[in-house]
Design a binder for this molecule. Structure first.
Ligand SMILES: [Zn+2]
Length: 273
């Protein structure tokens, strides 16, 4: 072949190469906006920003606290979800209400937004309806503990037993206005009998026991009450305290120490189910 042919073919190949190259660049420019549009195309980015703004405005309407910015909303939802899965303990207080100790217990519970169950003696409730009202007003639960803390009630004739429970339950319920619901019964001194189980269930009250006994009624000292809880507490525990029936300053001080400890251990305070 003579040199002119070589130059001609070289020129042709170069031309074809340039055309292919330009075509590739043009095509890549056409595809590029499709892939990168969400972050680089100003118009689409503006539209996305507007959408985020609308989502933020929607947040309060969906009942999300604050709801100002989507990032914060998501964070709060996560915490709420975690909270519901936390281990729980139920605090219960027997033999009150008493003017000396029940208000102190309520004040401590309020600091930790902890609800509790108060197993009240009917005569105490009748003597201090203002305290029953304060207990009921804070989403605590009222529990029937008989009219006179009668540990022998489980041995009564079923009819008499039924009347006894109805009387104390009514005493608690009507101490507050509007009348409260009393759906639980706890036998004084834990003196359960099969008949008492049956009668309390028939009167519409669930028998309420406990799984951690602090023995605070025996006044063993604040450290002993605290230790009894720390050694025995477990997820789902029902802990027995007393806010009446005798001097309970040890109970109040133990509660002051236990509430932050239990909270630090990850426990949420709840009512027995
Ligand atoms: Zn009791």
């Amino acid at each position: 072949m003579s040199p002119p042919y070589i130059y001609r073919w070289a020129g042709l190949l170069t031309t074809v190469g340039l055309i292919v190259g330009v075509a590739a660049v043009v095509l890549s420019d056409v595809r590029a906006p499709t892939v990168l549009a969400t972050s680089q195309d100003p118009a689409i980015a503006a539209a996305a920003g507007e959408l985020q703004g609308r989502q933020a405005e929607d947040a309060p309407a969906r009942g999300v606290p604050g709801g100002a910015r989507p990032a914060i909303t998501a964070s709060r939802l996560t915490v709420t979800s975690t909270t519901t899965e936390r281990p729980t303990v139920a605090l219960t207080f027997d033999d009150g209400p008493t003017p000396e100790y029940t208000p102190q217990v309520l004040e401590l519970l309020a600091q930790y937004e902890a609800p509790a169950t108060f197993c009240m003696v009917g005569n105490q409730a009748a003597a201090h309806p203002d305290l029953v009202q304060r207990v009921a007003a804070r989403k605590n639960r009222l529990c029937d503990h008989t009219m006179t803390h009668d540990a022998g009630v489980g041995m009564y004739d079923p009819d008499l037993m039924s009347r006894q429970l109805d009387t104390s339950r009514t005493s608690l319920a009507t101490a507050v206005d509007p009348a409260a619901s009393v759906d639980y019964f706890r036998a004084p001194e834990g003196a359960w009998t099969p008949a008492l189980d049956e009668v309390s269930a028939r009167t519409g009250m669930r028998p309420l026991g406990w799984s951690v006994d602090t023995l605070d009624w025996s006044r063993p000292g604040v450290a002993a009450i605290v230790a009894s809880v720390q050694q025995s507490v477990h997820p789902g525990a029902i802990i027995l305290f007393h806010d009446g029936g005798g001097p309970r300053e040890q109970t109040v001080e133990a509660l002051r120490q236990l509430l932050p400890c239990l909270q630090d251990q990850g426990y949420a305070f709840t009512l027995p189910t």
